[in-house]
Design a protein around this ligand. Structure first.
Ligand code: BES
Ligand code: MN
Ligand code: MN
Length: 478
């Protein structure tokens, strides 16, 4: 075992204590009432980066929440790694469903429960701990490290784009490393090579100037809720295909090798169904569950509201109806183009008796690991060392929009080395992180620095084929 990994094992309880400290700060980025708590979390990250040994740490205020930057550049001639993560978290509602309070981190059954445990406080911090472990044991780190930890990921990273553009030189690196995804399953270390993008819209439908008595007026005017549900119902057909003209035009078809790669992963529809409590699985005809999740676009209503929803009955024709709709996108769809196509289509199918407006809320490009890269091989070795198993290559149905921006702006590979699990309850009550994954993740992050720093110029074997996983390695033993 390396000295750094040994240091991490010895200091497990310190690292757990520190994580708990961060988890106690309710940095809910979407909640204006939590603005100062978000700031507190940023300040905590600043202090932690300094203590870990970063020689330069800055906090950049934005019109939203602060961006934290840190660096340790004491390995001239060695590669430079940029670690990205987010210290903001999702809201906690419905809070009554939490078994213990979301901002009072609690260890039970080998897990730590708290909002942000897995998304993303307990994940990005492993790379900070790893730097500290190297510096504490050998006084140096095998690579140069930069940290970019933001506070607006959960609300669309609105101010990160401008920061990236104006700090391009400062952020220059040889690889980006992100831990903000899930492993394929318990005990299955994974490298994520694809993320879906996102186009998120709000549709507002307005009828009359005020709510009306549904007896006095019903029949003579359109009901915006009926109009909206009719419009939305037509957006998907019975085979699960989205009916917006042009929606699929740029969807990259899976290659036979990619489909085979997905199919060799240890996935079971039966246990997936059980795990999420679904009576049956449903999705686009002609595709497996993993294909539907990772490589096919979706359209989902995320919320709808209109009229009377309280106890009992109220006979009313609502003046307005609203829906939030998200579309998860795959290469080579563009969020702007899809938002335009969807808006145009909604306008076209809207009954003339209502007024419809469509707002764009979030957008994010889909991403796929662009080419075979030694950084992915290095991550594979690091995970192998920490978890005792070769990792599998997976994709993710969720979105981390900045990853595509990094690829485009910095022109470097992104290594997505998540240590979460799909049952970590991200964005839901009782979010948790497995402590075993946390501890091994710290070690994997330390090994990754070793692996990336080793023989920086030497050519390395190729592991991932263009566009997706070529081999899974899941059957290999230690
Ligand atoms: N860490 C998640 C992305 C993710 C989700 C990874 C599920 C693995 C599994 C990230 O914090 C997130 O929630 N992203 C949002 C993006 C949106 C707010 C722009 C998402 O996917 O909904
Ligand atoms: Mn996240
Ligand atoms: Mn999230």
């Amino acid at each position: 075992m390396s000295q750094a990994a040994e240091y991490i094992r010895k200091n497990r309880s310190t690292y757990l204590d520190q994580l708990q400290e961060l988890l106690r700060i309710p940095s809910v980025s979407t909640d204006p009432a939590r603005r100062s708590d978000v700031r507190k979390a940023a300040d905590w990250v600043v202090a932690r980066l300094k203590r870990a040994g970063c020689t330069r740490v800055e906090i950049e205020d934005t019109p939203g929440h602060p961006i934290v930057y840190g660096e340790w550049l004491g390995a001239p001639g060695r590669p430079t790694v940029l670690v990205y993560g987010h210290y903001d978290v999702q809201p906690v509602d419905p809070v009554e469903l939490w078994h213990t309070p979301p901002f009072e981190p609690t260890v039970r059954d080998g897990r730590i429960y708290a909002r942000g445990a897995s998304d993303d406080k307990g994940q990005f911090i492993i790379h900070v701990n790893a730097l500290e472990a190297h510096l504490q044991t050998s006084g140096r780190c095998p690579v140069n490290v930069k940290y970019l930890i933001e506070g607006e990921e959960e609300i669309g990273s609105d101010h990160l784009g401008a920061y990236l553009a104006s700090h391009k030189r400062q952020l220059a690196c040889d690889a980006v490393v992100v831990s903000d995804t899930a492993m394929f399953g318990p005990g299955v270390p994974s490298i994520c090579v694809g993320l879906r993008g996102l186009a998120y819209l709000q549709v507002d439908v307005r009828g009359t100037s005020r709510d009306l008595h549904s007896g006095s007026f019903g029949g003579a005017v359109i009901n915006p809720a009926n109009a909206l549900t009719g419009m939305l119902a037509g957006l998907k057909n019975s085979k699960g295909k989205i009916t917006i003209p042009g929606f699929y035009d740029r969807v990259r078809k899976l290659t036979a090798a990619e489909r085979k790669g997905f199919a060799t992963l240890p996935h079971s529809d039966a246990s997936f169904k059980r795990a999420i409590g679904a009576p049956a699985l449903w999705g686009e005809a002609g595709h497996t569950t993993l294909e539907r999740l990772w490589a096919r676009p979706t359209l989902d209503i995320n919320g709808m509201w209109s009229g009377f929803t309280g106890e009992g009955a109220k006979t009313v024709i609502p003046a307005e109806a609203h829906a939030k709709i998200s579309m998860r996108l795959v290469p080579d769809q563009s969020p702007d183009e899809i938002a335009t196509l969807a808006t145009r289509h909604l306008m076209k199918i809207a009954p003339p008796a209502v007024k419809v407006t469509v707002q764009r809320l979030h957008g994010g490009q889909p991403w796929i690991a662009p080419a075979d890269h030694p950084a992915l091989v290095a991550a594979g070795r690091a995970l192998h060392r920490a978890f005792g198993k070769k990792p599998v290559f997976v994709r993710e149905g969720g979105s981390i929009p900045v990853v595509a921006d990094f690829s485009r702006l910095l022109k470097v590979p992104c290594v997505l080395m998540g240590i979460g699990l799909n049952d970590d309850n991200l964005h839901a009550p009782n979010e948790k992180l497995e402590l075993d994954n946390f501890y091994r993740g710290n070690e994997a992050a330390a090994h990754l620095m070793d692996e990336l720093g080793r023989d920086p110029a030497a050519p390395r074997p190729v592991a991932v084929k263009q566009g997706g996983p070529a081999k899974t390695g899941r059957r290999s033993k230690k």
